[in-house]
Write a protein that binds this ligand. Structure first.
Ligand code: FPP
Length: 247
């Protein structure tokens, strides 16, 4: 059934990608440490997964920890790592019951054994779900992703003429999903920050001043209305279809 906030005939994106920015500022305004903002950021994320699933969005991909976030103060980095363990133990059962399939994208080699195990547990417990796929980018960078896909192509012994956009896309971390139709960034900054560089080539971009812990259904619906009003051309004529890269 169509969600009440979605108008009859409104175009809904299959895949939404979000840079969840503004946790630190949200906490600072409350005279609290930055990790307090990240904790509330997890709650906002769980609300958003639910809201996206309710509106028929099939894929949600979020930037939780970038390859560059290691440069943050050590207490914030270790706080974010601990938050993974807390978030998995607090929300995994709920997300599993709601039909969410969880995928982690990013370089797992640099994270601790405990964090790796928590991510593995989240992926294993939800692998059978089909309602919505939540991909969490953790120790992820768009340049890293392009590089690791090229490295995999070389390791597979592909000849130059065997490598094309479709094959490279399949070797990238988001090989399990179509490219994002809608890219949202909260927190007021207007940049991509090395998120899904290859995959956002034709995404519609929406930037919001809302700080991530305050993101909810109203902000999602505003972004969806903005998306529905855009004319997508994919470099061609109005109503052109994207080049079919993946299912
Ligand atoms: C950017 O806000 C946010 C992050 C670097 C982390 C995002 C993480 C979460 C929302 C929690 C999700 C975590 C898990 C375990 C799934 P910022 O700190 O850069 O905020 P600022 O721009 O106001 O300083």
């Amino acid at each position: 059934m169509q969600h009440p906030s979605v108008e009859q005939g409104q175009r809904i994106p299959r895949h939404v990608a979000i840079v969840m920015d503004g946790n630190g500022r949200w906490a600072k305004r409350r005279f609290m440490p930055r990790i307090f903002g990240h904790k509330h950021g997890v709650d906002a994320l769980v609300r958003t997964v639910q809201a996206c699933a309710d509106r028929g969005i099939e894929y949600l991909t979020v930037f939780a920890f970038s390859s560059e976030n290691w440069k943050r103060p050590t207490d914030e980095v270790s706080g974010l790592m601990s938050l993974v363990l807390v978030a998995v133990s607090k929300y995994l059962t709920k997300l599993e019951k709601e039909g969410v399939r969880i995928r982690i994208i990013g370089d797992r080699a640099a994270v601790s054994e405990r964090v790796r195990a928590a991510w593995q547990q989240a992926e294993n417990a939800t692998a059978h779900n089909t309602r919505i796929t939540l991909s969490v980018a953790f120790n992820y960078g768009g340049r890293w992703d392009i590089l690791q896909a090229c490295q995999r192509a070389l390791a597979l012994g592909l000849r130059p003429e065997e490598l094309d956009e479709v094959r490279l896309s399949q070797l990238m971390a988001m090989g399990h999903a179509p490219d994002p139709d809608l890219f949202i960034r909260t927190g007021g900054e207007v940049r991509i920050s090395n998120f899904l560089l290859w995959q956002v080539a034709y995404s519609e971009l929406v930037f919001s001043d809302c700080l991530w812990p305050e993101f909810g259904e109203a902000q999602l619906d505003a972004a969806l209305r903005d998306y529905a009003s855009r004319e997508r051309r994919f470099g061609g004529v109005p109503d052109a279809q994207p080049q079919a890269l993946r299912a």
